[in-house]
Design a protein around this ligand. Structure first.
Ligand code: NAD
Length: 416
């Protein structure tokens, strides 16, 4: 992999910059540059046609100073250990920036879920848990969904874990269906958290959002809700959205609900009535008030950063902007709300899910949303204050807040 696009090299570079600013001592800096534990497993899975396919899979427990590791499991054909390491590092900073008592972890299986039947997915999910069960648990590491994993996959995983342990452990995994101990409000939590943060950012920088435009790259779990809640809470107008097969555009506005229904019925966005088609590249370069990159890493790079025309780039995906591109956006006055702050709503409600599972007492939707708003608003305000006090970007400020918290926990434990 080209090191410029290696997400883990990027995560390390981002840390290196703040380590210097925070004056971290060299041992602590080195500790935070690497996962504390990583596990690689090889999974034989029986396919529907009777053959056996071998899948490679990972779990990285990056840092557990502030609590058990926490992070999603991604199923993707291009998954690599370095992607999982980077995502686990970002989870560490994410749980710290929203100040929840968890560390950072991440998992991945190299596979193409689009080519797997439901029963093959179930066998793969169960195989992953059988291989990793001893390293997982509410006091060790709590997985959740990520790209191409769903509440149903979480349900199979929880069931397999409980079978192995011989007792009930709903809190071992979050993002479960509500009928199995999932939390109200988890479905749209990532996007909702981002919308709350965008609301705070617009107020802080004196920007009007009502009636203004938004574009969403990656109309999946997170992107779809960003469009719906951007409309509902911020009064934004959706003008473009895309998925892996391309996008649709209508400067006059696209009804986000109708687009979501169309995607559900047809599996793609292309062909949505009343909209032109456009490529993912074209979408990124549209003149809009808010751009929500909500697909994968490294889509905003030094080549296209000079052409972006959004006012706010609210990073829902993890790692959508390379460091070179980030510097260009900063110089051009585009307000970037960094990924691990913008998309922390998902892990925050996952944490609420775990708390409810532990108490065996469940909250109303309004309570979940109220608590989420409080957490996200407070996280944004800490980052904003840091950014103003130190005259740095929101990304650097978010790193300063988060890394200082993790570093303090490592010191208090006497690790360094
Ligand atoms: P998802 O699988 O539901 O959706 C991903 C979407 O991106 C799909 O519509 C897919 O078609 C599209 N896509 C894939 N490749 C693309 C490409 N090259 N160009 C344009 N679109 C492409 O996944 P998700 O859960 O919505 O996750 C999206 C991003 O948000 C990921 O970076 C993930 O790590 C991050 N994230 C997710 C959560 C969560 O709660 N699900 C939380 C925090 C961060």
């Amino acid at each position: 992999m080209d090191e410029r696009f290696n997400p883990f090299a990027i995560a390390q570079q981002q840390l290196d910059r703040v380590a210097e600013k925070l004056g971290l001592d060299p041992a602590l800096h080195e500790l935070l540059r690497w996962p504390m534990q990583e596990i690689q497993v090889t999974l034989p899975v029986r396919m529907d046609n009777g053959s056996t396919q071998i899948f490679h899979a990972f779990r990285v427990q990056y840092n557990t100073a502030r609590g058990p590791a926490k992070g999603g499991i991604r199923w993707h054909p291009q998954e690599t250990i370095d992607t999982v390491r980077a995502l686990a590092a970002w989870m560490t900073w994410k749980t710290a920036v929203v100040d929840i008592p968890l560390g950072g972890g991440k998992g991945g299986i190299v596979c193409n879920p689009k080519e797997l039947s439901e029963s093959e997915k179930e066998r793969l999910a169960r195989a992953y848990i059988r291989a990793l069960a001893r390293s997982l648990g509410v006091t060790k590491d709590i997985p959740a969904p990520d790209v191409y994993t769903t509440p149903q996959i979480m349900a199979w995983m929880m069931d397999e874990y409980e079978k192995i342990m011989g007792e009930s452990h709903p809190g071992v995994i979050t993002g479960k269906p509500i009928a199995l101990g999932g939390s109200q409000g988890r479905g749209d939590a990532t996007a909702r958290g981002a919308v709350y943060v965008a609301r705070e950012a617009a107020a802080a920088y004196g920007m009007e959002l009502k009636g203004q435009s938004m574009a969403v790259m990656g109309f999946g779990n997170v992107g779809k809700f960003a469009a719906l809640l951007g409309e509902e809470i911020l009064g934004l107008k959706l003008v473009a959205a895309s998925d892996s097969r391309g996008g649709v555009y209508n400067p006059g506005g696209i009804d986000a609900r109708a687009l979501a229904d169309y995607k559900l019925r047809n599996g793609v966005l292309k062909g949505f009535p009343g909209a032109e088609t456009l490529t993912n590249q074209e979408l990124l370069e549209l003149e809009v008030t808010i751009l929500f990159p909500a697909a994968l890493e490294n889509v905003i790079v030094k080549e296209n950063a000079p052409r972006l025309r959004c006012k706010i780039c609210c990073e829902l995906a993890n790692g959508p902007t390379t460091p070179e591109a980030d510097a260009i956006l900063n110089d051009r006055g585009i307000l970037v709300i960094p990924d691990f702050l913008a998309n922390a709503g998902g892990v925050t409600v996952s944490y609420f899910e775990q708390v409810q599972n532990a108490c065996n007492l469940y909250w109303e939707l309004q309570e979940v949303q109220w608590r989420l708003d409080k957490k996200m608003t407070s996280a944004f305000q800490s980052v904003l204050t840091m950014s103003r006090d130190h005259k740095v970007s929101l990304r650097e400020a978010a790193y300063l807040v988060a890394v200082a918290r993790v570093a303090e926990a490592c010191r208090l434990r006497g690790w360094v």
